[in-house]
Ligand binder design. Structure first.
Ligand SMILES: [Zn+2]
Length: 112
């Protein structure tokens, strides 16, 4: 996980799994209803074993527009490339502290 220098939180980690439009709202501290945020749970497998679980966060508009699903299993390289192609250009980067502050502020229960 990379580091950034946040005006509020100083040198801190970033979350690269948040859609760009959501990143913008977080930066602007523009509150939206928690029901406008969709999290996507992705389980990565390696050789049949769970490697890691990761959560992505999308605005509901983008989630619907891209026809995303709430859960993905990434078993093969092909699965990974399909998921990456679908989401990559829409993902931005946001400070972990700002992300948590924002989500707590609007009352969105997240898992990281
Ligand atoms: Zn911050």
């Amino acid at each position: 996980m990379g580091l950034m220098n946040c005006e509020i939180h100083g040198e801190i980690g970033v979350i690269p799994y948040v859609s760009k439009d959501l990143c913008q709202l977080i930066l602007n501290k523009e509150k939206i209803s928690p029901s406008k945020i969709k999290s996507i749970h992705v389980t990565f497998y390696d050789d049949g074993e769970v490697l890691l679980d990761r959560y992505y966060f999308f605005s509901i508009d983008l989630f619907n527009r891209l026809l995303l699903k709430e859960y993905y299993e990434i078993i093969s390289d092909e699965d990974e490339s399909i998921f990456t192609k679908l989401t990559r250009e829409h993902l931005g980067v946001v400070c972990v502290g700002c992300f948590k502050d924002y989500m707590n502020n609007i009352g969105y229960k997240y898992k990281l």
